[in-house]
Design a protein around this ligand. Sequence first.
Ligand SMILES: Cc1ncc(COP(=O)(O)O)c(C=O)c1O
Length: 388
Amino acid sequence: MFSTRLPSSLVPSPLAAAVAARRARPGRLIDLTQSNPTTAGVAYPETLAAAWSNVAALRYAPDPRGLATARAAVADWHASVGDVIDADRLILTASTSEAYSHLFKLLCNPGDRVLVPCPSYPLFEHLAQLDAVAVDRYTFRDAGRWELDQADLRDRITPRTRALVVVSPNNPTGSVPSPAEWAALADACRAHRLALIVDEVFAAYPLAPGVDYVRTPRLDDVLTFRLNGLSKLVGLPQAKLGWIVVEGPDGLARQALEALELIADTYLSVSTPVQLAAPTLIADGAVVRTAIAARLRANLAHLMTRVAGTAVDVRMPEGGWSVVLRVPCVGEPDDLALALLARDVVVHPGYFYDLPHDGYLVLSLLAPEADMRAGLDVLCGLPLLQPA
Ligand SMILES: Cc1ncc(COP(=O)(O)O)c(C=O)c1O
């Protein structure tokens, strides 16, 4: 009855079912997978809510690329971090996820393929599948830092590969490609005529000392789509505003913009109220971003101190909202997460993000600091994690 764009089974995994059952029971649960900024105890200025009450929203005058005032606000924000872009090279979307969907429609016929990083965020597979596109994974290997495996990247490219997705900083590793790795990624795009899609949603959350923003190198000769949105930039996933910056060879970028305009025009999914609110949301949301960034840094600093002397190894993120921990391998992939759940702590096992085996856990650095402290006490108290 239903199409093969959907997963073959909609039954939750045993771990997801166990977490849902525990959530349904009363009692404190420490959620170290918390990734919703609006429920993480971060203060939001009321002007953000007021920005939606604009009588101008009662008039419908859509622009498929996004209202000029909203695009100008986005371009101004990019300029404020030293990333000068042309507002005419922007397409607004209802989210970064929708931006991916537009790009898969733009670049891929059914059955074509896109390369996504491994480890990475599990959403890509679903997004691609819903657009009848297949994903192949290219690997960043754990060598203390996450190193691009260039031979693996070459091996994964097929005649049907259309695009290469880079997430910088990556979710969940927080890794950023080095200049040499960016050069290899760009060479792969040139050699195989791939479009480059760079997900920058965590670029404004650097964690490495002395970095204020994680920049993507400009490639004038590769058709490039850079993605961002209010979801992470100002901690407002419910605002439903994302965007695509289209760059690369002039003629090709112009054609891509015209085609994206047609795709966006087919749905006109970006609401007028959020577009009118965008200048205020971006300006006043800076305090939310600052508060989130402070939370991430405080949690990471505490983590580093707390795990010292245990069998937990931190894979230092260069940016983003999460951290990968290397832990001893135990029995089945879910065993450690289930042992923690039995002690009222929720974590993600590494396989959730395609980490190679069960010796990894992923924690959200967005969790309230008291939860992070209590959760780490439980984790570090597990007999398994005591030094040999
Ligand atoms: C790397 C990455 N890209 C995109 C998204 C989706 O963002 P949006 O809420 O704009 O769809 C997420 C959400 O967590 C993400 O982690």
